[in-house]
Write a protein that binds this ligand. Structure first.
Ligand code: UDP
Length: 239
């Protein structure tokens, strides 16, 4: 299934992919490899917005499960996404890609606040814009942040780079006979509670007709393969 023509994309990376083979935190060597993937995608002429999760450092739900106040824990999770954004900014700039980080939680000493029109200018100038801190509010995830930024930046697709190569009808890690969809509708994802992104993110993409392309970012060169149309992925779309 070919991807729709794309000029501007939002690439969402789960925080856990920044761990590489570690159990926690950031593996700078693996982040450098991811940065090369982003550079290769950018070199094809695409404008790139990036959103990175924080699950490699802290998840609000985990804090809440351990007795913390959920909102407080979620703010910690949002701060984790800022650390990941700065790590990716460093890796990209070390290979000559100009970037700006915009955070939904204002942090003037380290990055810009989210200002849509300024982000537009950055993209026009060939910079990668990394959006941090999700939507800036607790009880959300960076998936919702990614869908929100994809909508407001009018991205042609939301590319979700994760550790599985698409969307399955059941968990492929537990069920060896799970089947991967080439394409699946937003409504089926929501009705069957398929593990793509949280429901608010999927609904926002559906309402704004933004295709979600789910693929594995763990194998080197995979983002480029997906963009060329010869990769393995699932496209979540309207019909
Ligand atoms: N988070 C939040 N609001 C947002 C985005 C993130 O509260 O808009 C918090 C939430 O606690 C979440 C954590 O930040 O668990 C890290 O983000 P996420 O779990 O989405 O990261 P990923 O799974 O993509 O690594």
């Amino acid at each position: 299934m070919p991807l729709p023509p794309m000029k501007r994309v939002l690439l969402k990376l789960s925080g856990e992919v920044l761990m590489g083979n570690q159990q926690f935190g950031i593996d700078p060597a693996f982040v450098a490899q991811l940065a090369e993937e982003v550079k290769a995608a950018k070199d094809t002429g695409l404008e790139i917005c990036l959103v990175i999760g924080g699950g490699n450092i802290f998840r609000g739900m985990a804090g809440a499960a351990a007795g913390m106040d959920r909102a407080q824990a979620d703010y910690m999770g949002m701060l984790a996404t800022v650390m990941n954004a700065l790590a990716m900014q460093n890796a990209l700039e070390q290979i000559g890609v100009q970037t700006r980080v915009q955070s939904a939680i204002q942090m003037d000493a380290v990055c810009e606040p989210v200002i849509r029109r300024r982000a537009e200018r950055h993209l026009e100038k060939g910079r990668v814009v990394i959006f941090a801190a999700g939507v800036g509010a607790p009880y959300f995830t960076t998936d919702s942040g990614a869908a929100l930024r994809a909508a407001e930046m009018r991205c042609d697709a939301l590319l979700k780079g994760t550790s599985v190569d698409g969307v399955y009808d059941s968990d492929p890690k537990r069920n060896a006979s799970a089947n991967r969809f080439d394409t699946v509708t937003y409504d089926r994802v929501l009705a069957d509670n398929l593990q793509v992104m949280d429901a608010s993110a999927v609904a926002l993409c559906r309402d704004n007709a933004i295709p979600i392309v789910v693929f594995s970012i763990r194998e080197q060169g995979n983002l480029a393969r997906v963009l060329r149309g010869d990769g393995v992925q699932t496209i979540v779309q309207g019909s």
